[in-house]
Design a protein around this ligand. Structure first.
Ligand SMILES: [Zn+2]
Length: 398
């Protein structure tokens, strides 16, 4: 763990040595990164600079990537974002960092109006840097403005149209960064406009949108697609559906749940070929049973059953995941045969850019936030650095 208290005003200068710089184009990729004041100060190849005024972390040849950014995650270690507890959000952040996540968007499932508003306010309290945890970037509102026809595990009785009073209260929290919405529903149009005008990213999801509906949604400002294939109209060769439009429109980035349960490996390969590293990104959709033993859980008054890495309602409907981004990345690379050197943006740069943070997060380059993950030869997380501090896995030494 870090040698410095989280409350230190100035983070130490840290030199990460003996790292494999997979994201930097170079034939001899072993190098080093120097971090200072929470930012990446220098990136170099070959021999480490001879300095004694810095702390050091020996990467032992591990691959160094930008820290993972998860835009769609509901919970972990027994907590759910919808519970509206800032301390629980911090506990989740502490779990995610052990899996290489350095920033995330707490995501809210469909709930009743007071519960949704209270959960957003809790995210507002917890937002920002978390001691020895992943940074909380804001909120992703996944429901309630979605389609009952593609509800997935969302409660149908709570799915609704945006009422001006409720919607204004949600927007007034100032914490919304991403909203999943069914754009084909005319009653959602004004709320889409309100989000777009505030710079909130609009994502088509839990939607029965046709190809034509999604074209219209793009004109209205939609830029993102929530967990492609899941909770949407599928592909047909005469009606490409939401999924077909998502895969072919370059203006849309696509979330993919690569937990090995939500999407068949062949379809992961299809998304990879259609969208490439700059238009697709991995999300977990992970929930409260993440980091917990398999078995029976409860959420929003309903039972969840976790078995063999899958989470299901009593009727068999898939309800989120228990797998984190590191595991998703391994599943994705195995399914596609893609090389880490080509695919690395799907866990960092692409989600950062999708959220409008591409100038600060998601790259190993001078000036970027010092959010990094080290992966060993098996692509297991060996250390995570957030804001220039070792938050998991390594010990910095003088
Ligand atoms: Zn969903």
């Amino acid at each position: 763990m870090t040698a410095h208290a989280p409350g230190d005003a100035v983070p130490p200068s840290l030199l990460v040595t003996n790292a494999r710089l997979v994201t930097v184009d170079d034939p001899a990729p072993t190098g080093w990164v120097r971090l200072e004041d929470g930012r990446i100060a220098e990136v170099g190849h070959g021999a480490t600079p001879d300095r004694d005024d810095v702390e050091r972390l020996d990467a032992s040849g591990a691959s160094l990537l930008p820290g993972f950014v998860d835009l769609h995650v509901h919970g972990a270690v027994g907590h759910d974002t919808i519970d509206g507890d800032p301390a629980a959000l911090h506990a989740m952040a502490g779990h995610y960092v052990r899996h290489g996540v350095t920033a995330f968007l707490p995501t809210l499932v469909t709930a009743d109006p007071p519960t949704t508003l209270a959960a957003l306010r809790a995210i507002g309290e917890a937002v920002g840097a978390v001691a020895d945890g992943a940074t909380i970037l804001g909120a992703h509102l996944e429901g309630p403005f979605i389609s009952t026809r593609r509800k997935g595990a969302h409660r149908e009785d709570l799915i609704r149209a945006p009422d001006p009073g409720e919607a204004e209260a949600l927007l007034a929290t100032g914490v919304l960064r991403l909203v999943t919405i069914a754009p084909e529903l005319p009653e959602n149009a004004w709320f889409m406009d309100a989000c777009r005008d505030r710079g909130i990213v609009l994502s088509a999801g839990h939607t029965d949108a046709t190809h034509a509906d999604l074209l219209a949604a793009v004109d209205r400002g939609a830029r993102h697609v929530t967990h492609v294939f899941n909770g949407m109209r599928g592909m047909h060769h005469r009606e490409p559906g939401t999924a077909g439009a998502a895969l072919t429109l370059d203006s849309l980035t696509c979330e993919v749940i690569a937990d090995g349960v939500h999407v068949h490996p062949a379809m992961l390969a299809l998304v990879w070929r259609a969208k490439g590293p700059d238009r697709m990104l991995l999300v977990t959709d992970a929930g409260k049973a993440t980091g917990m033993p398999e078995g029976r859980y409860e959420r929003g008054g309903r039972e969840l059953f976790v078995q063999e890495g899958a989470v299901r309602l009593a009727d068999g409907t898939i309800s989120g995941s228990v797998r984190m981004v590191d595991e998703g990345l391994r599943t994705f690379l195995a399914a596609t045969g893609a090389r880490l050197a080509d695919a690395w943006p799907v866990t960092s740069r692409t989600p950062a850019r999708a959220l409008g943070l591409g100038d600060r997060k998601g790259e190993v380059a001078p000036g970027y936030d010092a959010d990094l993950v080290l992966l060993d030869d098996s692509l297991e997380v060996s250390a995570t650095i957030v804001g220039g501090r070792v938050a998991h896995g390594g010990t910095a030494t003088r």
